[in-house]
Design a protein around this ligand. Structure first.
Ligand code: F6P
Length: 351
């Protein structure tokens, strides 16, 4: 076994609180093992733009408390570049790296898996506010996003009650409704809409009408941006979007379902409705202590994986312990709300 002397680390995809804490842990553990750390700027873009920055104990001191990422992020996918992923190999040689740690969500980790399948020495660290990466119980960034969304719901409740209005809160959650379920339950929302359970508009209208009949005119509706609507036929459930231009990954640019729900309820139930889109506020600011610590544990473990040459793996939280899972398994499918979670959501929302 050849022990690594120099490794690269990058943060890629959408940012989330905790990325800097993960970087700090990578640097601290590497320093103990005598490994030099090179930060690759802008995610995978850094390989193409030749942007790097050495990470040391000195220049990462105190960064764990800061949101964002000192390395900057992009959503660039090497496999979609005209020059292809060969550039990643060439730069690794040029920079003298023995391995790379990629900190990211599903997109970033899928690229890492493809690189690994070509023989590239890479390990992953899972992050995303959406908490939808499989193979890990939680991703860092999620706890902070849930705290922000819950605080917003608590605030919206008082104004909903004052005006006897329906307050619709659109939260992030592209493929899974983890933020909507957690913040919705914590904030005692009346309705929680998640991608895992496509919503029938008539059913939703009926529920809110029943509440109105009971005299409950102030309701909180939490909706994940990726929530789907069905029409009762066999047709595939659809996303509600206010922008039909895809993002750089060719994925739908989410946003708009909250306004759709507010309009639907106001028009059909006759309760005044307003929408609040929390958007990127959920990704900003300082990470919660829980996210910082999870990020540090996952970053620390990634260095261990490199040390053991366990390439093609990512660090993961399993119960209370940190372990690892293959990138192949982690990127096969999204981590959706389980039936148990969906049951909880139903139990604590209106019938
Ligand atoms: O990182 C995940 C996520 O926050 C999704 O919930 C959301 O749909 C997406 O990123 C937004 O991406 P962007 O920052 O590119 O608008």
């Amino acid at each position: 076994m050849t022990r690594p002397k120099k490794i690269g680390v990058l943060t890629s995809g959408g940012d989330c609180p905790g990325l800097n804490a993960a970087l700090r842990a990578v640097v601290v553990r590497s320093a103990e093992l005598g490994i030099e750390v090179l930060g690759i700027r802008g995610g995978y873009r850094g390989f193409y733009s030749d942007e790097t920055q050495p990470l040391t104990l000195e220049n990462t001191e105190g960064i764990a408390a800061k949101g964002g990422t000192i390395l900057t992020n992009s959503r660039l996918n090497p496999f979609q570049q005209p020059e292809g992923a060969q550039v990643v190999w060439e730069q690794k040689e040029k920079w003298g790296l023995d391995a790379v740690i990629a900190v990211g969500g599903e997109g970033t980790l899928s690229v890492a898996r493809l690189l690994y399948e070509e023989g590239f020495p890479i390990v992953g660290v899972p992050k995303t506010i959406d908490n939808d990466v499989d193979g890990t119980d939680y991703t860092f960034g999620f706890d902070t996003a849930v705290s922000i969304a819950t605080e917003a719901i608590d605030r919206l409740r008082t104004t909903a009650e004052a005006h006897e209005r329906v307050m619709v809160v659109e939260v992030m959650g592209r493929r899974s409704g983890w933020i909507a379920a957690h913040a919705g339950l914590a904030g005692d929302a009346d309705v929680i809409l998640v991608p895992e359970r496509p919503c029938l508009a008539e059913g939703l209208i009926q529920k809110v009408q029943n509440e109105k009949k009971k005299g409950n005119n102030s309701l909180i509706v939490v909706v994940a941006e990726g929530a789907l609507f069905r029409d009762g036929s066999d047709a595939a459930p659809r996303l509600i979007l206010n922008n039909n231009e895809p993002d750089v990954f060719g994925r739908p640019r989410l946003g708009g379902v909250g306004a759709y729900v507010a309009d639907l309820l106001e028009a059909n139930v006759g309760l005044e409705s307003r929408v609040t889109v929390l958007g990127h506020v959920q990704r900003g600011g300082s990470p919660t202590p829980r996210d910082r610590v999870l990020a540090m544990r996952l970053g620390n473990c990634a260095v261990e994986l490199v040390w053991q040459e366990a390439f093609g793996y990512m660090s993961a939280l399993k119960g209370a312990s940190i372990g690892s899972v293959s990138l192949q398994k982690a990127t096969q499918d999204r981590k959706a709300l389980s039936p148990e979670w969906l049951e909880m959501v139903e139990r604590f929302t209106i019938d």
